[in-house]
Design a protein around this ligand. Structure first.
Ligand SMILES: NC(=O)c1ccc[n+]([C@@H]2O[C@H](COP(=O)([O-])OP(=O)(O)OC[C@H]3O[C@@H](n4cnc5c(N)ncnc54)[C@H](OP(=O)(O)O)[C@@H]3O)[C@@H](O)[C@H]2O)c1
Length: 324
C-alpha cells in the first residue's frame, strides 16, 4: 500500500510517500481502507517530536510508528476475531493508531463510529479530533442555552466546531478570528465577531459566561478580564509552536491551580476521542446543525504541503488529505 512515512522527527520535508506492507491487525483491531484523512496541530507535534514531552509516548530518539495522521474516514476492510459490531464494508470515521495518511490503517473499534449518512469521506475525516475537542471543551464548562460564549480561534479546526456546537446548544456566540474569516464564522452561527488583528478581546467591554481559548497565545490575565465573576475559562490550545519541553501545555496542566487565583474557573481540556463522543456528534452532522468546514484538500502525495499549511497557524477550518 502507499503511505506517508518518516524515519526521524523533523519538518514536513522529511515525509516520504512509500510503498509499504499493510499493517497487521491484532484480534481486537480493525483494518480500515482509508478514503480521507485530516491533519491538525497534533499531527504536526507527532511529526516534529516537539514539544519534547510528546516523545515519552511516541519514541524518545525516533518515532516508534513510521506512519502519521490520526483522523480518518473509510471502509472497514478486515476485523480481528474479537471485534463485534463492525464488519468489512462498514463505512466508519474516527481515529487510528498506525497513521491515517495511508491507504490502510489499523484502528481500535472503540475509536470508530459509523460514518454519518450524507457526509462525504472528506467531510467525515474532518470531524473526529477537532469536533470532539470542541464538544468536550464546551461540555467541561457546562455551556447551556442563553449563555454568552466567546470562542477564540473561531475560524480554525476546533473553533469552527466550537462556534456551531455552542450555537446548537442555544448560546450566544462571540467569535474571535482574523477579519478574513468573519463572514465564515457568522455563517456558522456567531452573533458577534472580534477581528483580533484590529481589536483586542477586551475592547467590546463585555463579560462572558464561558471563554474557550483555542489560540493559546493570550495571557491569562486578559482572559480573566473577559470572563465574568462566575465565568469559566477553557484552555484548549497551548500554542503548538512554543516551548521546547511542554510547548505551552503547562498552562492547561496547571489549570486547577490557576483557578485558585481569581474569580473565574480555569479549566484545562485534554480531549478524549472515543466512540461515545464521536457518536454524540453524528446526529448533529446528519441534521446539518454542524457542518465540517474544509479549508484545504490535498492528495496523499502532497501531505507534506498540508502539514506546511497547518504550520502557518492560520488554516480555515480543517485541512483534509484524500486517498483514492
Ligand atoms: N487540549 C486538547 O485536547 C486539544 C485538542 C486538539 C487541539 N488542541 C490545540 O488547540 C489548538 C487549536 O487547534 P486547531 O486544530 O483549531 O488549530 P488550527 O486549525 O491551526 O487553528 C488555529 C486558529 O488559531 C487562530 N489564531 C491564531 N492566532 C490567533 C490570535 N492571536 N487570536 C485569535 N485566534 C488566533 C487562527 O485564526 P486566523 O486564521 O483567523 O488567524 C486559526 O484559525 C492547537 O494548539 C492544538 O494543539 C488541543
Amino acid at each position: 500500500m502507499r503511505a506517508i512515512v518518516r524515519d526521524t522527527y523533523g519538518p514536513a520535508a522529511g515525509l516520504h510517500l512509500r510503498e509499504v506492507s499493510r499493517p497487521p491487525i491484532g484480534g481486537n483491531d480493525v483494518l480500515v481502507r482509508v478514503h480521507a484523512a485530516a491533519v491538525d496541530p497534533g499531527v504536526w507535534i507527532f511529526m516534529t517530536g516537539r514539544p519534547l514531552a510528546v516523545r515519552l509516548a511516541t519514541g524518545l530518539r525516533r518515532p516508534r510508528v513510521a506512519g502519521l495522521g490520526r483522523d480518518l474516514a473509510g471502509v472497514v476492510a478486515e476485523v480481528g476475531a474479537g471485534v463485534t459490531g463492525l464488519r468489512p464494508g462498514d463505512e466508519v470515521y474516527g481515529t487510528c493508531e498506525t497513521g491515517s495518511l495511508a491507504e490502510y490503517a489499523v484502528a481500535r473499534p472503540q475509536r470508530l463510529a459509523r460514518k454519518p449518512a450524507g457526509l462525504t469521506f472528506e467531510q467525515a475525516a474532518a470531524v473526529p479530533i477537532s469536533a470532539v475537542t470542541a464538544l468536550q471543551s464546551l461540555g467541561v464548562a457546562g455551556v447551556s442555552a442563553g449563555q454568552h460564549v466567546m470562542i477564540i480561534g473561531a475560524g480554525g479546526g476546533v473553533g469552527t466546531y466550537a462556534v456551531q456546537l455552542a450555537r446548537a446548544s442555544g448560546a450566544v456566540v462571540t467569535a474571535v478570528c482574523s477579519g478574513a474569516r468573519a463572514e465564515l464564522v457568522r455563517s456558522l452561527g456567531a452573533e458577534h465577531v472580534i477581528d483580533y488583528t484590529r481589536q483586542e478581546i477586551t475592547d467590546r467591554g463585555e463579560r462572558y459566561d464561558v471563554v474557550v481559548d483555542t489560540a493559546g497565545n493570550r495571557p491569562l490575565s486578559l482572559l480573566r478580564q473577559v470572563a465574568g465573576e462566575r465565568g469559566a475559562i477553557v484552555l484548549v490550545g497551548g500554542g503548538h509552536a512554543r516551548g521546547r519541553w511542554l510547548g505551552g501545555f503547562q498552562r492547561q496542566m496547571a489549570a486547577p491551580v490557576l483557578s485558585l487565583f481569581g474569580a473565574a474557573r480555569v479549566l484545562g481540556v485534554t480531549a478524549r476521542v472515543d466512540r461515545q463522543s464521536i457518536e454524540e456528534l453524528t446526529p448533529l452532522l446528519e441534521s446539518g446543525a454542524v457542518t465540517p468546514v474544509i479549508g484545504g484538500t490535498y492528495a496523499l502525495a502532497d501531505a507534506a504541503a498540508a502539514l506546511r499549511e497547518l504550520e502557518q497557524g492560520h488554516p480555515t477550518g480543517k485541512i483534509v488529505v484524500t486517498i483514492a
